[in-house]
Design a protein around this ligand. Structure first.
Ligand SMILES: NC(=O)C1=CN([C@@H]2O[C@H](COP(=O)(O)OP(=O)(O)OC[C@H]3O[C@@H](n4cnc5c(N)ncnc54)[C@H](OP(=O)(O)O)[C@@H]3O)[C@@H](O)[C@H]2O)C=CC1
Ligand SMILES: C[C@H]1O[C@H](OP(=O)(O)OP(=O)(O)OC[C@H]2O[C@@H](n3cnc4c(=O)[nH]c(N)nc43)[C@H](O)[C@@H]2O)[C@@H](O)[C@@H](O)C1=O
Length: 351
């Protein structure tokens, strides 16, 4: 990519897409094309075809997807498989047809088997069955990896896939039902603290409700009160978390420094491992994460584990040796990230 290259970021208002946009702008890339979901529905084949023919981007970051936490994945199973397959089919196929020079497809570490050996190496893809709560999403993501690989092998395209671990950062989703664990716990524990301080105006403002009674009724559905906060599952699953700006930096680094031909080495094993994990290589239990957030927020109440909610995969620690050997390593530790993230969240709701 050079600084004048025409670059399309699909999903530029999301958690990762917004961080990629800032990262590219900071590095001097200035010919960036974006469309909001409202302006261009990527599940619409004709609209995507028209867009690619009119704009002719040279490089594509595919960061648009139907995304959510464990309960959203398990509840909206049809939406997760349909929308993700449609978005990636349309964007990847049109990128091929219009001669895009390089595309980066964002998958997820949930592509690996439920009981995968740890840490998870790229080569463990398709070696066993998947975790059921997010199987539709994972199958769509595996289809995306195989689509990139297949187009490269048959048509000589240069499409690269990356598998991010759990991410968090500015522009994250804080919806208490649909979000991932880190934003959900920041918001739930912060609201519990506000209740414990009788700071009802702030609770009402955060939840955009009419009264504190309405707020309490809503929060009780999520086990949030002045005395305690409900944590889904047993607290025993372990997760790895990467700050979204680090994720964006890794994406731009790979687009700048890596080609499909680097990963495709003509041996069968290499063809199966064309994707690259992106993570920190360090994980933490949900219980430890909840305690860390509780201390950072300064909440004095209890954490209550609800084992009627799913645990999901017990562990998904990424092996990041491939990424590290390319010369990229994360910068933001989880402790630092949780601190900046809490500040971002408080400023966001202060606007
Ligand atoms: N967040 C995480 O922890 C992880 C994310 N990933 C992957 O990283 C990528 C980015 O995720 P993330 O930034 O968190 O997701 P977000 O939900 O924050 O952003 C996704 C973006 O895609 C857009 N989008 C969704 N559907 C459509 C559509 N039909 N047409 C056009 N735009 C659409 C959304 O717009 P709108 O909001 O308006 O619908 C949004 O801007 C995804 O591929 C995801 O699967 C992988 C592992 C972990
Ligand atoms: C990124 C990744 O995200 C999803 O997989 P997940 O890692 O299971 O994601 P999660 O962040 O929702 O949960 C992590 C753990 O945390 C526990 N947990 C506790 N309390 C809350 C809570 O309040 N909210 C949520 N969401 N989880 C909670 C929860 O029970 C689970 O044990 C998939 O979309 C998958 O497809 C994917 O790619």
């Amino acid at each position: 990519m050079n600084k004048d290259s025409k670059i399309y970021i699909a999903g530029h208002r999301g958690l990762v897409g917004s961080a990629i946009l800032i990262n590219l702008q900071e590095k001097g890339y200035h010919n960036i094309v974006t469309r909001t979901h409202k302006e261009l529905d990527l599940t619409n084949q004709v609209a995507v075809e028209t867009f690619f023919n009119e704009e002719n981007p040279e490089y594509v970051f595919l960061a648009a997807a139907k995304v959510g936490g464990i309960v959203a994945n398990n509840t909206y199973r049809a939406d997760f498989i349909y929308e993700n397959m449609m978005i990636q089919n349309n964007v990847i196929h049109q990128s091929y047809l219009t001669g895009v020079k390089k595309l980066l497809f964002l998958g997820s570490t949930c592509i690996y088997p439920k009981n995968c050996p740890q840490p998870m190496k790229e080569e463990y893809l398709l070696t066993d069955t998947l975790e059921y709560t997010n199987e539709p999403y994972a199958i769509a993501k595996i289809a995306g990896i195989k689509m990139c690989e297949s187009y490269n092998l048959q048509y000589g395209t240069n499409f690269i896939s990356v598998m991010p671990t759990n991410l968090y950062g500015p522009n994250d989703n804080f919806d208490l039902e649909k979000s991932h664990v880190l934003p959900a716990l920041i918001r739930k524990i912060h609201l519990a603290k506000l209740l414990s301080e009788s700071n009802y105006d702030e609770v009402i403002k955060d939840l955009e409700v009419a009264s504190i009674e309405e707020a309490r009724t809503y929060l009780s559905k999520f086990g949030v009160s002045e005395n305690s906060v409900e944590i889904w599952g047993s607290g025993n699953p372990r997760r790895e978390f990467l700050w979204s700006e680090d994720m964006a930096d890794a994406c731009v680094f790979i687009m700048e420094n890596r080609d499909f031909s680097d990963t495709y080495n003509k041996g069968e094993q290499e063809i199966r491992n064309t994707h690259i994990n992106i993570g920190t290589g360090q994980d933490i239990s949900i219980k430890e994460l909840a305690e860390t957030i509780k201390n950072t927020v300064g909440f004095k109440g209890k954490l209550v584990f609800n084992t009627n909610k799913p645990d999901g995969t017990m562990r998904k620690l990424t092996d990041v040796s491939k990424l590290n050997s390319l010369g990229w390593k994360h910068k933001v530790s989880l402790d630092k990230g949780v601190n900046i993230f809490l500040k971002w969240y408080l400023n966001f709701f202060d606007r």
